[in-house]
Design a protein around this ligand. Structure first.
Ligand SMILES: *[C@@H]1O[C@H](CO)[C@@H](O)[C@H](O)[C@H]1NC(C)=O
Ligand SMILES: *[C@@H]1O[C@H](CO)[C@@H](O)[C@H](O)[C@H]1NC(C)=O
Ligand SMILES: *[C@@H]1O[C@H](CO)[C@@H](O)[C@H](O)[C@H]1NC(C)=O
Length: 459
């Protein structure tokens, strides 16, 4: 008995004198509070909310910072779940805690920067500060999980440096890439999609059921923050002008400067817009020309139109549309798309038996087809398509609240996948004109006259 008691006393004495590895283990057992994921989720939601509300206040800098902050919070969430896993394995996630602490410092730094930028937006500052304060409070609470204040290690330093680098990049968002990224995505692998980030009825709430909107991925100098909107103002099928907004905020509040750029005063007429799936690229609008199996390119500077005739057998005039359940979206024979590498067109032909055909366009004096791919996906079973990093994605209707990104075709490898299972939360049953913006990796959609955008999440 005595032999057993003596070592125990000795151990207790040691524990009290100087903390050691054994005492750390003790500490952990005593504080078995589960990590408060709820709180983190809440902070993330708050940041997300901030992010979606900010554009209204006409501050590009704020938008960038908030989106940076939001990404940091996502990162934090990821690190915390890593920590949780380490705990499950019986190890005390000392390094992870250090990383999290560092991240929180960065986040605090970011929120401070954010705070100083909001000067001049008094009302906004008040709201934001409140939210930031709350987030800060939660962060500080989370900090209490780091009971050990462990010595910095090389790995956490490396990580911190990387994070700071990311942070800097986020504060000064990168300009859009200009090289083709076919088969090699600079952002990583497309894994998921966020909930709706921007939802707005814009300038004409409820007026036009079909249209498209977005940002020019290769804008002219001085027009980097511009947004464009095309509405099918005649018969839900035809359009004849592009409406421009100097920023996302202006689009949301419905103040259009510089206003409209007209293709023609008559709608429809030769070479005006037919169908909603149009894109703006390098100062030119690409769309299905009225009553032709062809792509029109309208140069908004010179106001001239170039025509690219698609191959014989191309279906047009609402003959091979995107469909859901028993209905089809009128005049969606051609779907124009943009990604990191430029402009694409998705269509089908009689000889392809209604399966999707994808073509990469070359912009030049006259637009031409650089290359064509033939898929085995039946177009009528698809609600929309978009391109990201040289990969074609297709969606299908699930129910009134959800659309599924179910299909991909990689132009670099020719590999098709039919079961991606990435779900989009919808604001209305019909999700149209999906298009990806390589500038900020947002997916824009036009949804029963609302403009919606989602963030594409890469890993
Ligand atoms: C924001 O800045 C103001 C003054 O510039 C300061 O009083 C306030 O405490 C700051 N808020 C936060 C959350 O840091
Ligand atoms: C994808 O994102 C949605 C919304 O953010 C989320 O609810 C879902 O769990 C995510 N799915 C995966 C597989 O990560
Ligand atoms: C549009 O026209 C302008 C002026 O003629 C020209 O400089 C520009 O290259 C054209 N853009 C495209 C995409 O063709």
């Amino acid at each position: 008995m005595l032999l057993v008691i003596v070592p125990l006393w000795a151990l207790l004495a040691v524990t009290e004198q100087s903390p050691s590895v054994e005492s750390c283990m003790c500490e952990w057992t005593n504080s078995e509070r589960p990590f408060p994921f709820d709180q983190l989720n809440m902070v993330e939601a708050t940041a997300s909310k901030c992010n979606s509300e900010m554009p209204l206040k006409k501050s590009q800098a704020l938008e960038a910072m908030l989106s940076g902050l939001e990404r940091r919070l996502l990162q934090l969430l990821e690190d915390v779940s890593k920590l949780e896993k380490e705990k499950d394995e019986g190890l005390y996630g000392v390094l992870s805690l250090q990383v999290i602490e560092n991240e929180m410092k960065d986040i605090n730094q970011l929120t401070d920067n954010l705070n100083s930028t909001t000067q001049g937006h008094r009302r906004l500052t008040l709201e934001t500060s409140q939210q930031v304060r709350e987030m800060k409070a939660v962060m500080e609470q989370l900090e209490t999980y780091d009971k050990l204040h462990v010595v910095k290690t090389e790995s956490s330093n490396t990580r911190l440096r990387r994070d700071l680098e990311n942070c800097r990049n986020e504060i000064h968002p990168e300009v859009q890439p200009t090289h083709p990224y076919q088969g090699h995505c600079p952002h990583g692998v497309f894994t998921n999609i966020s909930g709706p980030r921007v939802t707005t009825a814009g300038e004409y709430p409820g007026s036009y059921k079909y249209g498209a909107w977005g940002q020019d991925p290769k804008p002219e100098v001085g027009k980097e923050s511009w947004y464009w909107l095309v509405m099918l103002t005649s018969s839900n099928a035809f359009g004849h002008y592009v409406r421009l907004y100097s920023s996302l905020s202006s689009l949301i509040v419905g103040v259009s400067t510089p206003g409209n750029v007209m293709i023609h005063t008559t709608n429809p007429t030769t070479n005006t817009i037919q169908g909603p799936n149009v894109v703006l690229y390098n100062g030119a609008l690409y769309y299905n020309c009225y009553n032709k199996g062809a792509v029109c390119r309208f140069n908004m500077t010179s106001k001239t139109i170039s025509i690219l005739q698609l191959p014989q057998g191309t279906r047009f005039n609402s003959k091979a549309n995107f469909c859901y359940l028993d209905e089809c979206y009128p005049y969606t024979d051609l779907d124009l798309a943009t990604d990191e590498s430029g402009v694409w067109v998705v269509y089908t032909t009689t000889q392809d038996l209604g399966n999707l055909v994808l073509a990469k366009l070359d912009e030049g004096e006259e637009p031409t087809i650089r290359q064509t791919w033939h898929t085995s996906l039946y177009k009528l079973g698809v609600t929309n398509t978009f391109m990201t990093c040289g990969v074609l994605y297709a969606t299908r209707f699930v129910d009134k609240d959800r659309e599924e990104i179910f299909y991909s075709f990689d132009t670099a490898t020719g590999i098709e996948e039919f079961n991606l299972g990435i779900f989009l939360k919808k604001m209305a049953p019909n999700l149209n004109s999906l298009n990806y913006s390589p500038v900020d990796q947002m997916l824009h959609a036009y949804c029963n006259s609302q403009m919606v955008s989602y963030k594409v999440l890469f890993e």
